[in-house]
Design a protein around this ligand. Structure first.
Ligand SMILES: *Cc1c(COP(=O)(O)O)cnc(C)c1O
Length: 492
């Protein structure tokens, strides 16, 4: 046997043994996927997994092959029927987008092309930069600004807070570390700030205490007078006030800090102005509500989340930095194995110079395709639609004596609870939690809960392009029914 013949016999590959079979199965998968989305409204939002499904996930490492059709059947039986539920029209838990079919096709094609967006001279890299440019345009950032697509808002915030640290440190913090910073840095945000900022402060080596939580006012926005006092106090005590984080849409209630006032204060006090716009930055594209985030374009850096209000399939976040040079000098490293070449594959931009990852997925395609198909104006209208739906739900709650609004509705988050006459805060919490759990377990709707100014409440965050007003009517009706049932079973 000659060596070429031998190679043909022994060289293995992951490609399908028979492309015709692969094609037939793929058609079936696409057909099932379309049916899955088309009928999503008819299925429960969420359901508990039976024991046999749970134990399916404890099977051991497969050592020998199985036909792909059987592998798919396993997925169809054990995975697809038990989703988190955020693509369902009555999912309003926490805060996330509801994905979209075009984006799913984008993820598929991105994986088929398989490109690595760490950089290089290829089309996916150019598309990645184009989507970043579109994000700048959506929030009113100048074309000269910089940015990068990352896994989500948490990473996008880390990018912004890192550049802030490096710019304000007063030493070469990349080379010498945080221990060399002459005056300890202080960051500021309201007490409503998202928990990812704590992790960011820890990861940056500054520590959680370096992020001062400033009290929020009755509207749950940062109290500007308290912020100014804190900055003055820290300066007097020898700290270096470095960065103020404004939140455009808090995760608890959707409150939007006074971005104009924060921009002005940052300029006066020589602070980096970072906006956590994971929820609200994209309101800038909404024709009716865009003015709510006026001032965001004055930020030094912004974190935004295409997997929230652009409904990109997970994961997709975006960090924008006004000063492109400051962004690049915070992350760029050129190892000998990633040097640029004058032409060819290595002549493109190294996109890994703008963040922490080296290899990067082709996140841009799913965002790009959906933006191209629908146009940014439609995404803006969908944001307005969710905000109008939240106002509608607020109206239903205010009109219903058994329910009570717990925080002002600014955008698309409604905080409320079911009343219970004469009940303590503790039993109110237990009662409302039970309503929330039964809504989930009966597959009716998914809400979450939180604590606002010390009081427990239920929370509906409507970031969902499938929600209709009738879904909100139904949810309110069912909450009242469950309230009656729970109260009748165990009166307070
Ligand atoms: C969702 C959210 C984050 C975190 O974003 P991820 O995409 O979940 O990492 C940060 N801040 C706010 C205000 C958020 O709503």
């Amino acid at each position: 046997m000659d060596i070429f013949q031998e190679a043909r016999i022994t060289d293995e590959t992951l490609d399908p043994p028979d492309w015709t079979d692969a094609e037939a199965l793929s058609h079936r998968i696409v057909q099932d996927a379309i049916g899955y989305l088309k009928d999503v409204r008819e299925r429960p939002v969420w359901r508990e997994m039976p024991a046999e499904v749970r134990s399916f996930f404890t099977t051991s490492l497969p050592r020998s092959p199985a036909p792909l059709v059987e592998v798919y059947d396993d997925v169809a039986r054990n995975v697809m029927p038990y989703p988190m539920g955020n693509i369902h029209p009555r999912f309003w838990s926490w805060y996330m987008g509801s994905s979209n079919f075009t984006g799913a096709l984008g993820d598929f094609l991105a994986a088929i092309q398989g490109s690595n967006l760490g950089g290089g001279n290829h089309a996916a890299g150019l598309m990645d930069s184009q989507v970043v440019n579109w994000c700048k345009e959506m929030v009113g950032f100048p074309a000269s600004a910089s940015g990068t697509l990352v896994s989500g808002g948490s990473m996008a915030n880390i990018i912004g807070l890192t550049v802030a640290r490096n710019v304000k440190a007063g030493v070469d913090v990349r080379e010498r570390g945080v221990g060399a910073i002459p005056r300890p840095l202080r960051y500021y945000a309201s007490d409503q700030v998202h928990s990812c900022h704590r992790k960011a402060m820890e990861a940056l080596g500054l520590g959680n205490r370096a992020l001062r939580r400033i009290p929020s006012d009755a509207g749950l926005r940062i109290d500007m007078a308290a912020l100014k006092a804190a900055v003055a106090e820290d300066r007097a005590a020898g700290f270096r006030p470095a960065c103020v984080i404004g939140t455009a849409g808090t995760v608890n209630t959707g409150a939007i800090d006074d971005l104009q006032a924060l921009a002005a204060l940052a300029a006066e006090e020589d602070l980096w102005f970072h906006v956590d716009g994971c929820i609200g930055a994209l309101i800038a594209i909404a024709p009716e509500n865009g003015s709510l985030v006026a001032g965001i374009e004055r930020a030094d850096s912004i974190a935004l989340d295409p997997h929230k209000w652009l409904h990109a399939p997970f994961e997709a976040g975006c960090a924008l930095v006004r000063d492109a040079a400051a962004h690049r000098t915070s992350f760029a490293v050129t190892p000998e194995f990633l040097e640029s070449a004058p032409r060819g594959l290595a002549s493109g931009e190294w996109l890994h110079d703008y963040g922490l990852q080296t290899s990067r997925g082709f996140r841009a395609l799913k965002i790009w395709m959906a933006l191209k198909e629908h146009g940014v104006e439609k995404f803006g209208r969908l944001i307005d639609q969710n905000i109008a739906q939240a106002r509608y739900l607020t109206g239903l709650i205010e009109a219903e004596p058994a329910l009570e609004l717990m925080a002002p509705t600014t955008i698309n988050i409604v905080s409320f609870r079911h009343r219970l006459d004469g009940a303590s805060e503790e039993s109110l919490k237990a009662f409302n939690t039970e309503i929330m759990l039964r809504l989930q377990e009966e597959g009716i709707a998914a809400l979450s809960d939180t604590t606002v100014q010390g009081r427990h409440c239920l929370r509906a965050a409507i970031a969902n392009h499938r929600t209709r007003r009738e879904d909100l009517d139904l949810a309110v009706r069912e909450m009242l029914r469950l309230g009656r049932e729970i109260e009748a079973a165990a009166p307070v």
